[in-house]
Design a protein around this ligand. Structure first.
Ligand code: NDP
Length: 287
């Protein structure tokens, strides 16, 4: 059986996906706004039609790897006559609301839509261990699971097209806040003559301890319990204040720790001072 797939969008991620399908024996059709990004893939055996219409028409399975969902509309609005019977697997980042709207839009044009949220970097595509959240119609996912498994392992979250995008954005929320926190700590480290490399084992040790912390607190948070038996928000307030002042003294930007301090202060004003700092989830729920 000939295995066909079209990949629309050839940034680092789309190129890694197209290449992985090629290596798995797929007949791969590619299209990108900047056509030259397909040159290497064409040399490796991919087909590059002149128009996006031809690219969509070439395969039932159409994988999108674009900056956002607006780029999908830009690409596909002029090609909607090719959509009936297609399965759009949208692996572009965007909001759950955008994913739900896209599923309706696709259905209105006779196509199925699967939302995906890739938990991997381009070099990890096709390697064991990487996975992607999916959501959308179960039967469509099941019919194409094998093809999608060529890229990464699959983690089907449910029928709601917004679910995979929601899980993806949760991980991005955590990723960006953690990464920016790390970069801020490095600026502070540098101001004290400490290099990123000097700090590395300590940063890694702290982050490596987080799963234990999360495992202890997750069931409590789900139960609405914020007992201050292990730590209290008033302690967190003093600690975050020390971070802000250390940054001020070092002449380092204080925007990030000040945002944390503002949240902690709101928590104390809301009466959570004697609770665990995890009670801040209540503050975040009600801006
Ligand atoms: P890039 O931003 O490098 O590539 C985006 C693609 O979208 C390019 O092919 C670009 O075309 C196309 N594009 C953007 N805007 C338009 C438009 N208006 N019209 C037509 N085409 C457009 O992203 P990546 O390849 O790195 O990532 C793709 C998706 O995967 C993103 O949503 C990203 O968040 C997600 N992702 C990326 C990861 C990574 O590590 N790279 C990890 C996990 C998820 P052109 O080449 O012409 O500019």
């Amino acid at each position: 059986m000939i295995k066909n797939v079209t990949v629309l969008g050839l940034g680092p991620m789309g190129r890694a996906m197209a290449r992985t399908f090629l290596r798995d024996g797929y007949r791969v059709t590619v299209w990108n706004r900047t056509a030259s990004k397909a040159d290497a893939l064409v040399a490796e055996g991919a087909h590059r039609p002149a128009t996006v219409r031809e690219a969509v028409a070439a395969s039932e399975l159409v994988v999108l790897s674009l900056t956002d969902y607006d780029a999908m509309y830009t690409l596909l609005e002029p090609a909607t006559d090719t959509l009936p019977g297609r399965v759009l697997v949208n692996l572009s980042s965007d909001t759950p609301e955008q994913a739900r709207a896209a599923a309706k839009w696709a259905a209105g044009h006779g196509a199925a839509h699967l939302t995906g949220g890739v938990q991997a970097s381009p070099p990890q595509i096709g390697q064991p261990g990487a996975y992607t959240f999916y959501s959308g119609p179960r039967e469509v996912f099941d019919a194409h699971r094998e093809a999608l498994s060529v890229l990464t392992e699959t983690d089907y979250r449910g029928e709601d097209p917004g679910l995979a995008a929601a899980y993806y954005q949760l991980t991005m929320d955590l990723f960006w806040t953690t990464t920016l926190g790390w970069l801020h700590s490095l600026a502070l480290a540098n101001a004290h003559g400490i290099s990123a490399d000097d700090f590395l084992p300590h940063a890694a040790s702290l982050l490596g301890g987080l799963p234990e912390f999360l495992t202890f607190y997750s069931p409590r948070i789900d139960a609405g319990e914020y007992a201050g038996d292990a730590e209290r928000l008033t302690m967190a307030a003093a600690s975050v204040d020390h971070v802000v002042r250390t940054a001020e003294d070092a002449g380092v930007d204080t925007t990030l720790p000040e945002a944390l301090r503002a949240a902690v202060r709101r928590g104390i004003a809301a009466g959570h001072g004697e609770n665990s700092a995890t009670s801040l989830v209540e503050v975040f729920r009600k801006p």
